[in-house]
Design a protein around this ligand. Structure first.
Ligand code: NAD
Length: 478
């Protein structure tokens, strides 16, 4: 039996279904997942529109308890969910467990936020008039998510949306319906009212576009590539919906000569290659000061030698497969392009054979690269990183900022002066000092600048900006 979509509190079968395939073993089909139709989009939005007035006025206690119950259930079932996530997306079990726990913690965090929605009261400039500023739900929110964090990204959109009183329709990425489907199960089991949460699985070009374009949708929160984000923006803003986009990155990690080399190499290894480099915050440009360049490259290569690239659920695996054949082809294309551009492939970049047929790729490290090469301009989104040699800190900062993206930027240094200067001058939404560019907390704002993001921040208390609208009320006491 295929896994159905959730529309108006009912499991609704689709006319057809798509197989969800394990990237570690393409012979392993996880299940068949119903593909929603345009009529299903209509029905899900109709149900959300009907549910919205009541849910928007529901007691914060009710919303808090729902989110808390969902968070508890996710945490209680973390091993089962992590296994499913690793099986459908290809990150290691350890990373998958971390992501599942993150999803649970996010629901718990917003369970607290639901009862902490704040307003403001001002005295008017007119006598006897009071001014009250409150936050109200936006209404019906469409959530469109990518494949690389199959449970955490849906969680960090669903939890604040519901906490602040909105109704939600989620369209997860085609490659990873199982985690989203399991989350929908958990939402149902926790007693989520009909229409408050809906799930539509299937292709983005039709379903995602239909959701973003529909006038019943008051806000669209999207995470994915820049190209798709721009389409979502055009479709949603054409009818005046609020839009939030989190997109790609080409994140720099600067390594200065005074860095603790071990810390820097660990940050590069984790940031560039863990989770198969498939993170929007991945450190894909390693900008290394000349004086430490050769030692850094030698140490990083040594660490790469020791990685175990294998089945995501294998006990010793440190790097799982690439998510899909298409993504693997893109990674290989860029590896070839890097060679043609004159970069030196100092490590890896080869397709690997393992006990099962999967999309295995050895982590690729380019040296002798220039920042204007395509491998340093475009987001590759795989286990591929480049070293860019620079003279000094000033050149490092200039190279770090010379990109259309601005999501995360890191620096490894023991100098307070350079760390402080970098924090202030890096053109990125997030700055990391002596840490990988990837890896963030659930209670702090997340987002970028330039082509990486559009609209207000996600996560933490800053999520209220997007999921609420401000009302200013003036009252004359008579
Ligand atoms: P994608 O843009 O291909 O797809 C993202 C989502 O959009 C999917 O659900 C897809 O079905 C849907 N979609 C596709 N076409 C659409 C359309 N025309 N209208 C509406 N929706 C449509 O991205 P992906 O390949 O799933 O994910 C990888 C990308 O996501 C990378 O660029 C990565 O950097 C980015 N990402 C960004 C962040 C962040 O927070 N900045 C986090 C994770 C991933």
């Amino acid at each position: 039996m295929p896994h159905a979509n959730l529309i108006g509190g009912e499991w609704v079968a689709g006319a057809d279904a798509a197989a969800n395939v394990n990237p570690s073993n393409v012979a392993d089909v996880i299940g068949d997942y119903d593909q929603a139709s345009l009529a299903d989009v209509d029905a899900a939005l109709a149900a959300a529109t009907v549910a919205a007035p009541k849910w928007s006025r529901s007691s914060p206690q009710v919303r808090s308890e729902l989110l808390d119950a969902v968070g508890s259930e996710i945490l209680a079932r973390r091993d089962e969910l992590a296994d499913l996530l690793a099986r459908e997306e290809g990150k290691t079990l350890n990373d998958a467990r971390g992501e599942v726990m993150r999803a649970g913690q996010i629901f718990k965090f917003f369970a607290g936020e639901a009862v902490r929605i704040q307003g403001e009261r001002l005295d008017s400039t007119r006598p006897d008039v009071g001014v009250e500023i409150t936050r109200e739900p936006v209404g019906v929110v469409a959530l469109i998510t990518p494949w690389n964090f199959p449970i955490a990204i849906p969680a960090w959109k669903i939890a604040p949306a519901l906490a602040y009183g909105n109704c939600v329709v989620l369209k997860p990425a085609e490659l990873v319906p199982a985690s989203a489907r399991m989350l929908a199960d958990i939402m149902q089991g926790a007693g989520c009212p009909a229409g408050v949460f809906g799930l539509l699985m299937g292709p983005g070009a039709s379903l995602g576009h239909a959701l973003a374009s529909d006038a019943r949708v008051d806000a669209v929160s999207f995470t994915g590539s820049v190209a798709t984000g721009r389409k979502v923006l055009a479709a949603a803003s054409a009818h005046g919906a609020k839009v939030q986009l989190e997109m790609g990155g080409k994140n720099p990690l600067v390594v200065l000569a005074d860095a603790d080399l071990d810390v820097a190499v660990r940050a590069a290894l984790d940031g560039a290659y863990f989770q198969t480099g498939q993170r929007c915050t991945a450190s894909s440009r390693l900008i290394v000061e000349d004086a430490v360049h050769d030692r850094f490259v030698a140490a990083l290569k040594q660490r790469l030698e020791a990685q175990v690239i294998d089945d995501a659920r294998g006990p010793d695996t440190t790097i799982g497969p690439v998510v899909s054949e298409m993504q693997l082809a893109q990674d290989m294309r860029y590896i070839e392009l890097g060679r043609q551009e004159g970069a030196t492939l100092a490590f890896g970049g080869e397709r690997l054979r393992r006990a099962t047929v999967g999309y295995y790729l050895s982590p690729a490290l380019f040296t002798d690269t220039a920042n204007d090469m395509a491998i340093n301009r475009d987001e590759i989104f795989g286990p591929v990183a480049s070293v860019i040699r620079v003279r000094d800190y000033d050149e490092a900062l200039a190279v770090a900022n010379d990109t259309k993206f601005g999501l995360s930027a890191g620096i490894c240094t023991r100098s307070l002066k350079y760390a402080t200067h970098f924090r202030r001058n890096a053109q990125a939404g997030m700055v990391m000092v002596n840490l990988p560019t990837a890896g963030v907390d659930y209670h702090a704002p997340f987002g970028g600048r330039k082509a990486s993001s559009y609209g207000s921040r996600e996560q933490g208390r800053y999520a209220a900006e997007f999921y609420t609208t401000v009302k200013t009320a003036y009252t004359l006491a008579v």
